[in-house]
Design a protein around this ligand. Structure first.
Ligand SMILES: *Cc1c(COP(=O)(O)O)cnc(C)c1O
Length: 394
């Protein structure tokens, strides 16, 4: 579905052009809220009912608004096709349950989005799917955990929530004994392209940077036509299909992703440099900083280091809570990649259900703070964080 005219440009430009239907004169993506489509003839109905990815049959199967967004993502990820889901977790659960059966094995990294971790850890065993968690930063760890003939799926996430550790995409791409999937949400399709490194599937919570305005809940998976056709067959029964409204908003968001990501990355770098020299801060994690233990890898596999950074406040969990309550411009919310700078204190929110040992193994301390830089004027964001640091240490 990719238009010829969008090739040969930098990705920021392609993001503006991608997913336009030929012959469509509307400049904006077109919203088709319909749940079903009429057929002109019996033959057409039969054809639609049996076509993989049918665009005009029933919206759980496909819908022009959703398919246009999917085509745009496929193009930006260098994939043959993409499939949108009701949420990032809809995409994660469809990939795992669509590709794995009872008795199969999955290798996943330990530091991973909390929803994915809980799904792999608590839902998968109920279906007889065994999961091994590995340290994704340790060279060879994924490969070493593979059980030949049993491991169906290798799941990685990079940069990983919440400590922004990276996984070497070349290493995941070199795995041939299982299907490999990378959650690339934190990077966005403009920040890195896992398929270019040989990875089989790339997945995004488009709820975040892609839609980018906190007004859509949607996920997307891109890869080969073979794999995606199989997943589509499961997805229409699984039922976690994207809403056309959300696909419309996500496609709208994609058009400004280039400028948003550039602004957010620049703010994140400034804030990271400011925090690195601050007395109340123990550790700053930003892939763009020389001090990030995997900065070399980041520079090799990322086009943009992104708008997220993590730091450890000196002190106990109370200091983290005081800081969270002291920010004025930044908001407390569990999302990322939107216009507002958001902060999250995993120890008291997203990761509160983890045991102390699990906290340590995911790298979260009592004062760990995650910041998703927004679109505000950068000095305003830095000044807000600075005054909150003073309040937290008092
Ligand atoms: C938010 C997120 C998800 C889940 O996406 P939803 O749209 O909230 O279901 C998965 N992976 C990562 C890295 C995320 O940030």
């Amino acid at each position: 579905m990719a238009d010829e005219e969008t090739t040969g440009y930098e990705p920021e430009t392609s993001a503006i052009l991608a997913g336009r239907n030929e012959g469509e004169t509307s400049l904006a993506p077109v919203l088709y809220p319909t749940s079903a489509f009429e057929f002109a003839t019996i033959d057409q109905g039969r054809e639609m009912a049996t076509a993989v990815g049918a665009e005009r049959f029933y919206s759980r199967y496909g819908n022009p608004t959703i398919n246009a967004f999917e085509a745009a993502i496929a193009e930006l990820e260098g994939a043959e096709v993409a499939r949108a889901f009701a949420s990032g977790m809809g995409a994660v659960s469809a990939v795992v349950l669509g590709l794995c059966s009872s008795g199969d094995h999955v290798v996943a990294q330990r530091q991973i989005y909390a929803g994915t971790q809980l799904f792999l850890q608590s839902a998968c065993p109920r279906f007889g799917i065994d999961v091994t968690f590995v340290d994704g930063t340790e060279p060879g760890a994924f490969e070493a955990a593979i059980r030949p003939g049993k491991t169906m799926l290798v799941c990685a996430e990079t940069p990983a929530n919440p400590k922004l550790d990276l996984v070497d995409l070349e290493e995941i791409g070199a795995i041939t004994q299982a299907t490999t999937v990378v959650d690339s949400t934190f990077a966005t399709p403009l920040g890195q392209n896992p398929l270019a490194h040989g990875v089989d599937l790339v997945l995004h919570s488009a709820t975040k940077g892609i839609a980018g305005h906190n007004d859509a809940t949607i996920g997307v998976v891109a890869g080969s036509e073979d794999l995606l056709s199989w997943l589509w067959g499961f997805a229409v029964l699984h039922g976690a299909n994207a809403s056309p409204y959300d696909a419309f908003n996500a496609h709208r968001g994609l058009r400004t992703l280039g400028v948003r990501l550039a602004h957010q990355s620049a703010t994140a770098r400034r804030l990271a440099e400011f925090l690195e020299g601050h007395d109340s801060v123990d550790l700053v994690r930003y892939p763009g900083l020389e001090s990030h233990p995997q900065h070399g890898l980041a520079a090799r596999q990322m086009r943009s280091f992104g708008g997220l950074l993590t730091f450890d406040l000196r002190g106990d969990i109370e200091a983290g809570c005081r800081f969270t309550e002291a920010v004025r411009l930044a908001r407390q919310a569990p999302s990322l990649g939107g216009p507002e700078t958001l902060i999250s204190h995993p120890a008291s929110t997203t990761h509160v259900g983890l045991t102390p040992e699990e906290m340590v193994s995911t790298g979260i301390g009592p004062g760990t703070m995650r910041v998703s830089c927004g679109l505000e004027y950068p000095d305003d964001v830095v000044a807000d964080i600075e005054q909150a640091l003073v309040a937290a240490s008092g």
